[in-house]
Design a protein around this ligand. Structure first.
Ligand code: FA5
Ligand code: MG
Length: 416
């Protein structure tokens, strides 16, 4: 049934998404299984773990940043439509035209100019243009990514922006009339953008980092171990990632940095300096509630949802798996087409499209180039596991065959 839906999409030249019609073209690669989840809005679904966590983050910002009159400084946007333009998702954020994140293999495009947002940062420039100085954007984001227990093609992000004037950041400093936000003949280096003064950047960096480490402590407790790692984003400089220690592994939970001044200039906030961050809600929720698999967030199963039925979003909850059903693991090997058109993300989409949420993981097990023909072969291992019952090998084999057929038809591969 799923496959025939995909065929209808191709033929009709039009897609109806969230009540709006969109023309399709040869960029269109949104899949029915992704479309089916548009509008679920798990982040605002009552008693959903992602909603509890959203509420805790919002409460933290309301409590931490208040105006002189005592009202919260941050405003919250959690229902902005996830369908955005290429301009919003990339151009407005100075993402270079040839940046890999723009590729068809990485995003869900509706057509050449329109896509499902790949990050909530897509709304940043617009909200600044509206005159906002402190805001959070929370919502669903879409990426054609790896498939495993911590990656899913739809997840949820919280983005924040805070803009400050010179007066605001140097208010508590003696001699502040000598301190400036901007520097005229400056050069860019690892610590700052050319136009910024080092003192302004350092004040902002300090506020950003302390805000985020205390957010991590507010959620995970005082003992959480954090570390900062230098990072690159086209829309911030300098940039960092925050990692927290989880089961002896460092887990990346967010990216952040000092906003590129060009974005503020274009949005009419040239007299300010800003910091911004974007974090993944699932990553935090999995660690906080001990949820072992990212697919569980999409479960309609009462055994999952009932464990989060609490009025207080701060309630301490540790998810208890109902039971773990055994996986079926099937391999698939094929020769890639010689024209270079093959992308493993296309294959992942086909697998997800046909297998749905019983696909737990796909991994490239082996890559092999034939010594004579020079043809490349890929072997993938597909882990099938149902969250709510035991899978029967015969049923899995049928799905596996369908995947092989669809890959042959759509990707020009030759099954070995
Ligand atoms: C971004 O998306 C930037 N927009 C973040 C940002 C905003 C930086 C503002 C600077 C200023 P990144 O691709 O690293 O960055 O994703 C941010 C977070 O989303 C990650 O740290 C992670 O927690 C989460 N994340 C990323 N990919 C996935 C995925 N496939 N599944 C679940 N969570 C993910
Ligand atoms: Mg990252």
């Amino acid at each position: 049934r799923r496959v025939s839906v995909a065929a209808n999409v191709d033929k009709s030249n039009e897609l109806m998404l969230l009540g709006q019609k969109y023309a399709t073209d040869d960029w269109t690669n949104v899949m029915p299984n992704v479309i089916a989840k548009l509008g679920r809005n798990l982040h605002v679904q009552q008693n959903h773990p992602l909603s509890h966590l959203r509420q805790r983050i919002v409460n933290y910002f309301y409590g931490q940043f208040r105006s002189k009159s005592g009202t919260p400084s941050f405003s919250v946007y959690d229902n902005i439509c996830p369908i955005v333009t290429v301009e919003q998702n990339f151009d407005s954020l100075l993402v270079p035209k040839d940046h890999p994140s723009r590729k068809k293999t990485d995003c869900y495009f509706i057509n050449q100019d329109t896509l499902l947002r790949a990050h909530t940062t897509a709304h940043q420039a617009e909200l600044i243009s509206m005159g906002l100085n402190n805001f959070l954007v929370i919502g669903d984001v879409y990426r054609r990514d790896e498939i495993d227990r911590t990656h899913y093609s739809i997840f949820h992000q919280v983005d924040a922006v805070r803009l400050r004037t010179s007066q605001e950041i140097f208010r508590n400093v003696n001699d502040s009339e000598n301190l400036k936000l901007f520097e005229h003949r400056g050069i860019e280096n690892a610590d700052k953008q050319a136009c910024h003064s080092l003192e302004a950047v350092k004040v902002m960096e300090q506020e950003l980092k302390s805000t985020l480490t205390s957010l991590a402590q507010a959620i995970f407790g005082k003992d959480v171990q954090c570390r900062w790692v230098d990072q690159y984003f086209p829309f911030t400089h300098p940039s960092w990632e925050l990692e927290i220690l989880h089961n002896d592994n460092w887990l990346e939970i967010l990216g952040c940095g000092i906003m590129r001044q060009e974005i503020l200039q274009k949005s009419g906030a040239m007299d300010r300096i800003g910091w911004a961050f974007g974090l993944g809600l699932e990553r935090l929720a999995m660690r906080l509630y001990n949820i072992p698999d990212i697919r569980l967030f999409w479960s309609n199963d009462a055994g999952f949802l009932n464990q989060f039925k609490v009025d207080n979003p701060n309630a301490h909850i540790q998810y208890k798996p109902i039971s773990i059903y055994p996986p079926c693991i099937n391999d698939i090997s094929f020769w890639l087409p010689e024209d270079g058109s093959y992308s493993s993300h296309d294959f992942y989409d086909i697998v997800r499209e046909i297998g749905g949420d019983i696909i737990e993981q796909i991994s490239l097990k082996d890559e092999f180039i034939h010594p004579n023909t020079k043809k490349t072969s890929h072997c993938y291992s597909i882990v099938y596991r149902h969250m709510e019952r035991t899978l029967i090998q015969k049923v899995v084999n049928k799905i596996h065959d369908q995947i092989a057929k669809a890959a042959t038809a759509k990707l020009n591969v030759v099954i070995r």
